[in-house]
Design a protein around this ligand. Structure first.
Ligand SMILES: NC(=O)c1ccc[n+]([C@@H]2O[C@H](COP(=O)([O-])OP(=O)(O)OC[C@H]3O[C@@H](n4cnc5c(N)ncnc54)[C@H](OP(=O)(O)O)[C@@H]3O)[C@@H](O)[C@H]2O)c1
Length: 292
């Protein structure tokens, strides 16, 4: 990590568009490495590094924000029409900048349902949900923008402050059992570190425009919840069969159970040589547990 400064020009400046869970983690890390990172939110924040960008209200950053920007990470999801909010509002501005790199956080939802099979970047996207069609459209917009974009496809993101522990604490946990169903996931620290690793080794690694960032062990939700209860030292509630639980789930929650896939990280971890900090949910959740 300490080589990032020498891999990038010293005066690299990052803009993080959409400073939510992942964007905030990335911004904090990159600042610790000595870089400037400005972050956007839809509403005014006290933080002096924060600026307002709200595509729905047409609130765009002033030109000064973009001065000297070399790297951009967009963490903003598609708008309701399936268009990319950043490109819709800021494309010509971004194209006028001497950008070295643009990262876009996408989702592995674009692969659709593989009935538990592994999917990798060479598989053709086959979105099932409307939101995943929208996402694929945004990926396409970014690729066609002519900007130096790299797309990161992410499965379920978790980390300190957003994990099964919070669901247990807030009594929002439902233990659902569905035969052969797995989910892939990624710890937020690995999103940041993988991106930094790729930037750091930009000159020696072959460029890949689309990269999955996922951990090594897709598994059932039940296993994950059981592990959290074991760490807390409480008894897990009895699992409910999916067929019985289904009618009480919101349409969005139901839609997640309609897709079953194992997301491969071979490109990132074997071909490109990134070493995961949290290779599976056990080590990742231990980290969350220690930070409750
Ligand atoms: N959560 C997951 O498990 C998961 C899994 C795979 C992929 N993803 C995708 O990966 C990306 C990062 O995920 P995350 O969970 O870290 O995101 P997040 O916490 O939900 O943050 C999203 C950010 O986008 C901003 N935003 C949303 N709509 C906007 C608009 N119209 N104009 C300007 N800003 C807007 C939000 O602004 P405010 O800060 O003002 O709210 C927020 O900062 C997202 O695109 C997400 O859909 C998420």
């Amino acid at each position: 990590m300490k080589n990032l400064a020498s891999a990038l020009r010293n005066k690299s400046k990052f803009l993080i568009l959409g400073c939510g869970f992942s964007g905030n983690f990335f911004a904090k890390t990159i600042r610790k490495l000595g870089f400037t990172a400005l972050t956007s939110s839809r509403t005014i924040k006290k933080d002096q590094n924060s600026f307002v960008f709200n595509s729905e209200e047409g609130r765009v950053p002033n030109d000064k924000i973009f001065d000297g920007v070399t790297h951009i990470l967009s963490c903003i999801p598609p708008d309701k029409n399936g268009r990319d909010p950043v490109l819709g509002s800021l494309k010509s501005k971004l194209k006028s900048l001497p950008l070295e790199w643009v990262g876009y956080l996408s989702t592995t939802g674009v692969y659709g349902n593989t009935e538990g099979d592994w999917v990798s970047e060479i598989d053709k996207p086959n979105p099932l949900q409307k939101r995943s069609h929208k996402r694929l459209n945004c990926e396409k917009e970014w690729i066609e923008s002519g900007l130096p974009v790299q797309i990161f496809r992410l499965p379920g993101i978790y980390g300190p402050g957003r994990s099964t522990f919070e669901a247990i604490k807030n009594q929002k946990i439902r233990v659902i059992s569905k035969k052969n169903q797995v989910f892939s996931r990624i710890h937020v620290a690995d999103i940041t570190n993988a991106i930094i690793y790729l930037l750091q080794n930009k000159d020696s690694l072959k460029f890949h425009q689309i990269i999955n960032i996922a951990d090594d062990e897709p598994c059932s939700q039940e296993e994950v919840i059981q592990y959290c209860y074991d760490l807390i030292g409480l008894k897990m509630p009895k699992p409910i069969l999916f067929e019985d639980a289904k009618k009480e789930l919101s349409p969005i929650a139901q839609s997640f159970w309609m897709e079953n896939r194992r997301v491969s990280n071979k490109l990132l971890c074997k071909t490109l040589g990134y070493k995961l900090i949290y290779k599976n949910y056990k080590v990742g959740l231990k980290n969350c547990f220690l930070n409750i």
